[in-house]
Design a protein around this ligand. Structure first.
Ligand code: JA5
Length: 269
């Protein structure tokens, strides 16, 4: 897979040189190219921003440097990339979108600064390319570079051969599939006692059936506490008899449509 990033802060993308993404690049599984938007300016001050039409606070990124930069990046490769534009106004970046984007041969990311990019740039490339405006969450950032780091890591680890163990991303908290509607439970390693704290007995029992059940109950308890919305929207066909028992203890019951909702019952920690 090829990834291009056009930014006014190329240094911000340095983390792409390390860890999982850095190793995938070193192995030739990922071709990452970082570009400085100011290379496509022509004035003495390398200006990339200007005041907003209609007034208002802040500055807007000028269309001309983006147009020249994107034309150059597009001309440097074969075929057409998907253009990924980080913006808090975009569609949510989910594991499903990460999976979809991981199947594309070429992605171009355009992180903005200031109040964003002149709308005509998104319209212009939207006429020629698959353009995705994407948000990584409901909070405000100063620019799109951190979202690019987040998205690239989520996408890169899905590429064949990038994550050492193919099984390890199958049951992740947000991987589609078996665990898609539940968060992961707690994990433990050596030593067996640390600062007086022990390991739950069942994990030392060697009883694989009991361990699997305990883990699933822990997953339900955590999802109940942290992400009840996941239980509300889960397909109830994914819940077996023991799951339903666990949900009932946590104060959940199936409604008219079979989907689970909270009852008035509360349960102590
Ligand atoms: C800010 C100029 O999803 C969270 C995000 C915040 C934020 C994003 S994505 N892009 C920008 C931006 O600021 O372009």
């Amino acid at each position: 897979m090829r990834l291009d990033v056009v930014t006014i802060f190329p240094e911000y993308l340095e983390p792409l040189n390390v860890s999982l993404v850095g190793k995938a690049r070193a192995r030739g599984q990922l071709d990452v190219r970082i570009h400085d938007l100011r290379d496509w300016t022509h004035d003495k001050h390398h200006t990339v921003d200007d005041t907003p039409y209609g007034g208002g606070p802040g500055m807007v990124m000028k269309p001309e440097p983006w147009g020249e930069a994107l034309d150059a990046v597009l001309a440097s490769g074969e075929g057409e990339p998907v253009l990924v534009v980080p913006t808090p106004s975009g569609v949510p970046f989910t594991q499903q979108l990460a999976v979809e984007l991981s199947a594309k041969p070429w992605l171009v990311f355009t992180p903005a600064r200031y109040e964003g990019i002149d709308r005509r740039v998104i319209e212009e490339y939207g006429d020629r390319l698959d353009v995705r405006e994407v948000s990584i969450g409901d909070y405000v950032l100063a620019g799109g570079e951190a979202p690019v780091l987040v998205m690239v890591e989520a996408i890169a680890r899905l590429l064949p051969g990038v994550l050492g163990n193919a099984a390890s991303h199958q049951d992740d908290s947000f991987a589609p599939g078996a665990m898609a509607d539940l968060l992961e439970g707690p994990v433990y390693t050596k030593p067996p006692q640390w600062r007086g704290r022990t390991i739950p007995e069942v994990l030392l029992s060697g009883h694989h059936g009991k361990i699997a059940r305990w883990r699933r109950d822990q997953a339900f308890a955590r999802t109940d506490r942290n992400r009840p919305d996941l239980i509300e929207r889960a397909d109830p066909a994914a819940f077996d008899k023991k799951d339903r028992e666990t949900l009932s203890i946590l104060g959940w019951a199936p409604g008219e449509d079979g989907r689970f909702g909270r009852t008035n019952q509360t349960v102590e920690e």
